[in-house]
Design a protein around this ligand. Structure first.
Ligand SMILES: Cc1ncc(COP(=O)(O)O)c(C=O)c1O
Length: 283
């Protein structure tokens, strides 16, 4: 029987419910995280939980437990659901109260829910690379908060899907920010570049891992905004996220990137990443 977390309880999924006036459901008034599970263990669990607490704090939601307790409940959930390779989704909303834009009083408690999923690693796409489109970044100006409000991201991802592509790389007036559900990078003159961690992007946990890998392996890297023309002329493009890992982009808006195959720095970062998560990469 699949188990889920609702507040401080681990229960059968079939027994779990949320109020129809939950503010997450009505307003998207909450924050979330997705954490990868590799070999039955949370990958960068601490970092994700820190970001959850930080996102919640930025919108004045108090996560109902201490981090240590949440982490042990998540570990228990992973075990009970027998997740080896998968992910944990978790969200915290401002709680359930009669619909009103104004925040409810302190008597209304935040609602935390979490569940697990079996997710295979996207091995074929990691090997071959994928295609992306370019789309306007029409999101709000607090993309640093991992908020439940994802409508602009969904519209961009759907546009990509309808054009047979995996991801939409977003830009604001020509400045590339990130992907609809990933961080975006180019390799230009042998250097990896990605948008700085400002309010205009989510500071991805995978992004932080990639930065560390560049740092430790003398791969030239800079947190530096770049323009659409630089994207379209890049030697290599890749995106990163918890589920996509280090994903090569081999065609952007129909234009072939480099020689149409994942480039050498992308491959290097992939193999360093595989090592980090404990996957033997034979290529
Ligand atoms: C908009 C956006 N940017 C970046 C990321 C990558 O973040 P992470 O590496 O923490 O998964 C995500 C992940 O879902 C995202 O939705």
């Amino acid at each position: 029987m699949e188990k889920v977390i609702v507040n401080d309880q681990i229960m059968n999924r079939s027994d779990a419910s949320v109020d129809i006036e939950d503010r997450g459901y009505q307003f998207g008034d909450g924050v979330y995280e997705v954490i990868r599970v590799y070999g039955g263990q949370l990958f960068t669990g601490d970092e994700h939980l820190n970001r959850l607490y930080s996102s919640a704090e930025k919108i004045n939601i108090a996560v109902p437990f201490q981090k240590g307790k949440l982490q042990s409940m998540l570990n228990k959930l992973i075990k009970e659901n027998d997740i080896i390779d998968g992910s944990v989704y978790m969200q915290v909303t401002r709680g359930a109260s009669p619909r009103n834009h104004v925040f409810p009083g302190e008597d209304v408690k935040p609602v935390l829910t979490a569940y697990t999923k079996v997710v295979a690693r996207p091995e074929a796409s990691l090997e071959s690379g994928v295609e992306a489109i370019v789309a306007d970044d029409i999101r709000w100006l607090r993309c640093d908060i991992k908020s439940l409000n994802l409508l602009p991201n969904l519209l961009a991802k759907q546009a990509a899907k309808e054009q047979g592509c995996y991801e939409a790389i977003l830009h604001r007036s020509g400045t590339v920010t990130e992907g609809s559900a990933s961080n975006a990078y180019i390799v230009s003159n042998g250097k990896v570049k990605t948008h700085p961690a400002t309010n205009l992007i989510l500071n991805g946990i995978t992004r932080q891992v990639v930065m560390e890998l560049c740092n430790d392996n003398n791969i030239p890297f800079s947190e530096e905004a770049f323009q659409l023309d630089e994207l379209l002329e890049a030697e290599e493009i890749f995106v990163t996220s918890t589920t996509s890992e280090v994903m090569p982009i081999i065609r952007i808006d129909g234009k072939v990137v480099g020689d149409g195959k994942p480039g050498p720095l992308t491959r290097k970062l992939q193999s360093l990443f595989f090592e980090k998560i404990g996957v033997a990469h034979t290529k």
